[in-house]
Design a protein around this ligand. Structure first.
Ligand SMILES: Cc1cc2nc3c(=O)[nH]c(=O)nc-3n(C[C@H](O)[C@H](O)[C@H](O)COP(=O)(O)O)c2cc1C
Length: 387
């Protein structure tokens, strides 16, 4: 499919639903239990409106920024997502290359499906790595050491997965939790695979290639196959673990999954550089608050001590502008780029980033705001009693 025929994240979502088997689309698209938090993320963005200024000429508004020394062409980072290899054979290397081509950063998930060394080799970076350690501290230490050696400049520790969210769409498809295609589920899913022959051919080819690569990497003691990591499931971390990781990791350290000011302060006290306000896109605790609603309190609590990144629910460039005006240093996107990837691989991810950037430029122009660095809450009409 030609990526230039995608005009919005919503378009990419529709294309993705036609490109991959239903169970895989639902794995990307779905949330936990009743998907209340997932819908709340979207509603929170809808409820915030702009306070535009008229009579101001803003030719070519600027979207570039820096996040603790990392230059970004726009305040949009690609969130870590598992199993991207199954969404399109371009997988994690394609995502990382697309991010680099658009002047931003992608965060490689521990369970993306490609070794962190291969992704680092495939993309000029900067690359960040997301840590799950379902096998406990020794496994975490080993992954951190590998990420450091491979040249990753940022480490994101995901704190919101002490247990696995219950994604009922996956369960209904007969897919094991944590998500994986087992022999049993594969036979139930055969009909879905059969109507996606292009996806199937690409995936079969890729599985064969990756088996060979795994065997070679295992020989070098380098690789824990994604399947084994995914099957381990939940990844609990304590604040002591975060402090230990801080001592081991010399690059930028972020924690992901923070939803209240106390935890944000605790993160900074543990030596964390960046706080990521996230509810995992509504895929973990259903009933967790929308991130845009809790963001201002967390930003105010931290003041200048650490930048805050908002994750969950971003689908438009205007959403990025709202989050930055509310106090975020940048946002992370998950499904927005996964839809592009599933629809047409690396060019699809690049296209989504282009679309978000042009939406940001247009929004800033219409607001009369010259640059993302000029945004603050005075540009927003926030809902509820005057905040
Ligand atoms: C299919 C999928 C897989 C994900 N896998 C991971 C993961 O491996 N590690 C992680 O920290 N977050 C993971 N996430 C959560 C994302 O990093 C991010 O928090 C979420 O997608 C943001 O919400 P959004 O999709 O509404 O942008 C995953 C999200 C999706 C949609």
């Amino acid at each position: 499919m030609d990526a230039s025929r995608i005009f919005s994240v919503g378009d990419a979502r529709r294309r993705a639903s036609r490109a991959v088997p239903r169970a895989l689309f639902d794995y990307i698209d779905g949330g936990a239990e009743d998907e209340v938090t997932m819908r709340e993320n979207a509603r929170a963005f809808e409820e915030v409106t702009f306070r535009p200024r008229m009579g101001v000429s803003t030719e070519d508004p600027r979207t570039s920024t820096t996040l603790l020394g990392t230059p970004l062409s726009m305040p949009v980072i690609l969130a870590p997502c598992g199993l991207v290899r199954f969404m399109h054979p371009d997988g994690a290397p394609g995502v990382a290359r697309a991010a680099a081509a658009q002047g931003t950063v992608s965060v490689l998930s521990t369970v993306a499906g490609t070794s962190l060394e291969d992704v680092a080799a495939a993309s000029p970076g900067p690359n960040w790595f997301q840590l799950y350690a379902p096998g406990g501290a020794p496994q975490g230490e080993q992954l951190v050491e590998r990420a450091q050696r491979a040249g990753y400049t940022g480490l994101v520790v995901t704190l919101d997965t002490p247990a696995l969210g219950h994604r009922e769409r996956d369960v209904r498809h007969g897919v094991a939790q944590p998500f994986r295609f087992t022999a049993g589920s594969a036979s139930r899913l055969a009909a879905q695979f059969a109507v996606r022959p292009r996806w199937l051919a690409g995936t079969v080819r890729d599985v064969i290639t990756s088996r060979r690569a795994h065997a070679a990497a295992a020989g070098k003691g380098q690789e824990t196959p994604t399947a084994r990591l995914v099957a381990m499931g939940a990844s609990p971390f304590s604040w002591d673990d975060v402090s230990t990781i801080r001592r081991q990791w010399s690059g930028l350290l972020a924690v992901k999954g923070i939803l209240c000011a106390d935890d944000a302060r605790r993160a900074v006290d543990s030596g964390v550089d960046i706080v990521i306000v996230s509810n995992h896109g509504g895929r973990q605790l259903d009933g967790a608050p929308a991130t845009l609603r809790v963001l201002p309190r967390i930003v105010d609590a931290l003041g200048d001590t650490a930048p805050v990144v908002l994750d969950s629910g971003v689908r438009r460039g205007s959403d990025v502008i709202k989050a930055v005006a509310a106090g975020a240093a940048a946002v992370m996107i998950g499904r927005a780029y996964l839809y592009g990837l599933a629809a047409c691989g690396e060019p699809g991810v690049r296209r989504i980033l282009e679309i978000l950037r042009s939406e940001m430029v247009r929004t800033l122009g219409l607001m009369g705001c010259p640059s993302v660095s000029d945004l603050d809450r005075s540009w927003l009409e926030l809902p509820g009693p005057s905040r």
